[in-house]
Ligand binder design. Structure first.
Ligand code: PEP
Ligand code: MN
Length: 340
């Protein structure tokens, strides 16, 4: 249930509504907008009658939300959420540019690629230290050693770092080094993991699951938001279909659909959608044109010898050229791209 307060409701009145919600055994999530304060009552709504609130002086209206996600919905917050990490925005009028290798393979490579993508205008570094690989015999990442190289790359470039967290047991470790926590496609419905990152005060990239519907994806975001963490960035990375020409089928329509249903920023990962370097640029361009708040692109200094996802990784010089052209698309849709 959403309780919309009258313009000018006082802090004391807001407190009374929150207390009443809590007395029913539900949680109150308050969103103070520019014009109105909206309070979401999250929990089993059957316990609560709208009339109990409609009679309150400060209440304008009470809406039942039939959607199974609430806090992340546009009904709950009209304005777009903008997330700022070390001075870099995700959402609003910026197209964030995440770039870096699929996996951190070593110190020299990480520092080298980081310097190159930074000089091409990237606004965030990416790189996996814990890799969810289909085969248990594939390169599974350097673990903490990889996180240390990412942190060193951040010091050298000033760019915030996004890296994947696969297991609640690694939370303290990953939190210590990362600026943005990535929940990978394979873990989109790992509800325990979602609940844990929901308790953090750190932005979370939530990738769309391998075969997840938009509704399932938003409900996973709600798991994070329900624990208090509203710094969620949704990432479309393609879904599995019958089409074998690409690694996944990039669902460009998901971008405007999600943006209409949710106030959260939406970025796109054309690398994992395409699976091929030649397709990364057109998919990234389509994503930005469709309203994406950012793109995440894998970059490797030598894709032939990459320990993971070489075929979809751009060489740094190609990345620079692609980034410059994508900037033109961002400008065409009235946004700025990359580093502030
Ligand atoms: C990644 O970003 O390195 C990754 C593994 O992506 P996804 O979870 O989308 O497959
Ligand atoms: Mn990858």
């Amino acid at each position: 249930m959403i309780i919309v307060l009258k313009a000018g409701a006082t802090g004391q009145e807001i407190g009374l509504v929150e207390e009443k919600i809590e007395a029913y055994g539900l949680a109150a999530h308050t969103s103070r907008g520019v014009e109105r304060t909206i309070i979401g009552a999250i929990g089993d709504e059957r316990k609560m009658q709208p009339e109990a609130f409609e009679g309150m002086e400060c209440v304008e209206k009470v809406l039942r939300i039939l959607k199974p996600y609430k806090i992340v919905s546009r009904d709950f917050q009209k304005e777009d959420t903008v997330i700022t990490v070390r001075g870099q925005n995700i959402g609003g009028g910026t197209v964030a540019l995440f770039a870096g290798p699929c996996a951190v393979e070593g110190r020299e490579m990480m520092l080298g690629i980081a310097a190159q993508v930074a000089s091409c205008g990237a606004s965030f570094l990416r790189g996996g230290a814990f890799k969810p690989r289909t085969s248990p015999y594939a390169f599974l990442g350097l673990g903490e050693e990889g996180l240390k190289y990412l942190a060193e790359a951040r010091e050298a470039t000033g760019l915030p770092v996004a890296t994947e967290l696969m297991d609640p047991r690694d939370i303290d470790l990953v939190v210590k080094y990362a600026d943005v926590i990535q929940i990978g496609a394979r873990n989109m419905q790992n509800f325990r993991l979602l609940t844990e990152v929901g308790r953090l005060d750190k932005p979370v990239i939530l990738k769309r699951g391998l075969s997840a519907t938009i509704m399932e994806w938003l409900m996973s975001a709600e798991y994070i938001a329900a624990e208090g963490n509203r710094q969620i960035i949704l990432c479309e990375r393609g879904v599995r279909t019958f089409e074998p020409s690409t690694r996944n089928t990039f669902d460009v329509s998901a971008i405007p659909v999600v943006k209409s249903l949710s106030h959260l920023p939406v970025i796109a990962d054309p690398s994992h959608a395409a699976g091929k370097m030649s397709l990364v640029e057109p998919l990234a361009a389509a994503a930005i044109a469709a309203g994406a708040d950012g793109v995440m692109i894998e970059v490797h200094h030598d894709p032939e010898t990459a320990l993971s996802d070489g075929p979809q990784s751009l060489r740094p010089d190609t990345f620079g050229e692609v980034a410059a052209r994508l900037k033109g698309i961002a400008t065409a849709v009235g946004k700025t791209m990359g580093k502030a």
